[in-house]
Design a binder for this molecule. Sequence first.
Ligand SMILES: NC(=O)c1ccc[n+]([C@@H]2O[C@H](COP(=O)([O-])OP(=O)(O)OC[C@H]3O[C@@H](n4cnc5c(N)ncnc54)[C@H](OP(=O)(O)O)[C@@H]3O)[C@@H](O)[C@H]2O)c1
Length: 265
Amino acid sequence: MSWRWRFSQGDTDFASMDLIERTVLLTGGGTGIGRALARQLASKGNTVLICGRRLPLLEDTAAVSSLIHPYRCDLTSSQDLQDMLDAIARDGHRVDTLISNAAILGFESLSNDLDLGVAKKMIDANLWGPIELTQRMLDGLREAPDPVIVIVGSPAGLGPLANTPIYSTSKAGLHAYAECLRYHVQGQIRVIEVFPPVVDTEMLAEKNWKKMSPDECARRMVRGIESGQEQVWIGVSKMFRLLRLALPPGRLFRVVNDWSPREQE
Ligand SMILES: NC(=O)c1ccc[n+]([C@@H]2O[C@H](COP(=O)([O-])OP(=O)(O)OC[C@H]3O[C@@H](n4cnc5c(N)ncnc54)[C@H](OP(=O)(O)O)[C@@H]3O)[C@@H](O)[C@H]2O)c1
């Protein structure tokens, strides 16, 4: 084993690593944080396999580097997942790093007008899709040298935002899955969670909030992953982490929902 568990300030972290010359499968690589991450990883010499539903956007991401390879795949379709994994194997790639980044966000009320179909799609894309993909890839990852699974979460998964209840629920489930997965594959695969701040992407295009650029977010993600942290908190999400440590759960919900970004007048 080329890395070991270590304790740092009460958290269990991994030894540091270099994200270079790996073969990365990155979901949601056609836009936003995923696009920035794909290009940065390719510029470090990694082969980056990107997937998403919109092939033209994936091809745009891939246009800047011959190390980026697009695969069309809807994570909510088991058939698409299997077809993508078959195509990756046929193309001769052996993935050692999975980055589960794709997600969709919705703002809705739970009082009486929740669109159940849309809500289910969000849970499928943000929670079940990543779980199914990860579980299908576990055996292959275990055979790779120093395998890594990165799960892109959200502070909303740890302190739910009341105006994005289904997204928050999906990210809470993903956090629970990440923690259990880390326990089950301990000593075999490092499982890293990343918590971005508010980032200037398609997801929040209509919101006039203060946002970090996707490039900056991706840079900090790479640095955090390489430094060996099992949880990478970026920008303002670090403040959220401190609140979570300091406040009891019920209080955290109230503080987060009073403090979360508001529309600018
Ligand atoms: N932006 C923020 O402020 C923020 C904050 C905290 C956490 N995050 C997290 O960061 C990650 C990246 O989000 P982003 O901000 O970069 O948003 P984004 O630009 O909207 O990217 C999301 C990506 O996911 C893909 N996707 C969505 N549903 C999919 C499906 N069913 N199958 C395959 N791909 C799918 C989309 O591509 P297609 O539509 O082409 O499929 C898109 O490329 C997400 O996990 C998000 O929750 C973002």
